[in-house]
Design a protein around this ligand. Sequence first.
Ligand SMILES: Cc1cc2nc3c(=O)[nH]c(=O)nc-3n(C[C@H](O)[C@H](O)[C@H](O)COP(=O)(O)OP(=O)(O)OC[C@H]3O[C@@H](n4cnc5c(N)ncnc54)[C@H](O)[C@@H]3O)c2cc1C
Length: 389
Amino acid sequence: MNISMEAPTTLSFDSTESQDMIAKMCRDFTAKEIKPKMMDWDESQEFPVEVFHKMGALGLMGILVPEEYGGAGLGYGEYITAIEEISKVDGSIGLSLAAHNSLCTNHILTFASEEQKRKYLPKLASGEWIGAWGLTEPNTGSDAGNMRTVAVKDGDYYVINGAKNFITHGKSGNVAVVIVRTGEVGDSHGMTSFIIEKGHPGFTSGKKENKLGMRASETAELIFSDCRVHKSQMMGKEGDGFVQSLKILDGGRISIAALSLGIAQGAYEAALEYSKVRQQFNQAISKFQGISFKLADMATKIEAARLLTFRAGDLKNKGKSVNKESAMAKLYASEVAVDVANEGVQIFGGYGFTKDFPAEKYYRDAKLCTIGEGTSEIQKLVISRCLLK
Ligand SMILES: Cc1cc2nc3c(=O)[nH]c(=O)nc-3n(C[C@H](O)[C@H](O)[C@H](O)COP(=O)(O)OP(=O)(O)OC[C@H]3O[C@@H](n4cnc5c(N)ncnc54)[C@H](O)[C@@H]3O)c2cc1C
């Protein structure tokens, strides 16, 4: 083979026209609808439902949902871009947007029957309804396969008893996808997923968490007390639920990587601007190598996180397995978000410790990224299992 006769390979890292359009739309939206109110929501822990209805009107609540079910019919490039742009301003709204799209809505899109899809997706994709997704329980987080919430078959019904905790939109969600035990403890095929609507008898919400960060994203308990659910609300077959969840988390982790990327980018941009105007020793602090090297590290790590995130998104668009790649993107981007937000506070000095500047909020919000949808330790477990198989 003569290497010089090969056509040059195109390596494109440019954003597409539709990504650029989504980014601009999200920037306009955050400037008008989120930025002016986000610190009030953060202070009062208000989940601003109306913002999600408005994002629905823009197509952001059903980004990955095909147009025939009322969605925007876009791919992971646009999805990552939207989550990043929203999270650059407010991680809470980014987290809720990611949970709605990637968990509840995508579980229904991927595993529901045609009838279920027609019933639920248009409402979720339009933002008329907000979705929740319940896997975690008080005693089983990383070890979700050991869940204790049970569904016992009774004719054409299943009777559910137990509780799920830390559920995003646990109170305000109009519909929840819940994964419950229908078989033996420890059997990965002993769990089943159901779609349950708010207000269904026996299904209520419990304690709302008072959180360090992501305070405008609602996190609450789901409680099931002799909750009778018809078998037509099951997704797939009995026993499929846990395996479905792992596949959903593979995609979800790309959205948490995008969320991390947004928080890191926001924290970096705020610190960069501040470093150019803050004067100490008669010069801008950006002139000190101690500060400029921090900025160089921050920017480089963000760029590396972005490449991993879009790489995972590209594979997902192509229908390939992203088990390892989404875990790598989530692991790296979330740790970068914490690191960059920490350095951001440092660059702001004492002002970074106050609520007059955005650095402290990025710092508080970033930490969730290394925990939600699988902790950093669990991502390492997923990655190492892929490497050693
Ligand atoms: C704001 C927020 C929103 C959330 N939203 C949702 C949601 O919408 N739906 C949902 O189902 N869940 C949700 N969660 C739950 C989240 O996914 C879990 O908190 C997470 O998976 C960790 O579980 P845990 O909190 O029980 O921690 P644990 O599993 O108890 O872990 C505690 C520590 O032990 C470590 N650890 C555990 N197992 C291992 C191991 N095998 N090897 C090494 N270290 C290990 C962990 O990494 C962690 O450091 C949310 C959580 C938060 C905080």
